[in-house]
Design a protein around this ligand. Sequence first.
Ligand code: DQA
Length: 146
Amino acid sequence: MSKPPKIFILNGPNLGRLDLRDSSIYGTMNFAQLAEFIEAEATKVGLEVEVRQSDSEVELISWLHEAADAKFPVIFNPAAFTHYSYAIRDAAAMLTAPLIEVHLSNPLAREEFRHTSVISGVAHGTIAGFGPDSYRLALLAMKELL
Ligand code: DQA
């Protein structure tokens, strides 16, 4: 069997300051620890990942373009952009390999503005509400898809 492609793990605004956010919602890991956790879980299931985070819509879009051109699958936590960025949705719609949306928290159990995801409609599926384990579960799901 051929080697699965590298997976981009993209993370949106404010996730780089995870440890400074509400710990009752986001836990206590900082972003570097989250990235380490994701990399370790990926190694366990034999997947190669590249973890990135940006607060910039422009940069996230350019990474989605990069993934589309390279045919890389994407596991994506668009953070607050989830709820309103049509530009990110349009870029995500152009991906050429599977996209899985992830969230640490369960947005549907939170404020009403978080109940809409403009990304879900172009994702293969969404995993939300399991903290860092959302990424681990997404890696398992991605492994099945590839
Ligand atoms: C989040 C949920 C979003 O509503 C929020 O804006 C975030 C993080 C999550 O991982 O739970 O920044 O995507």
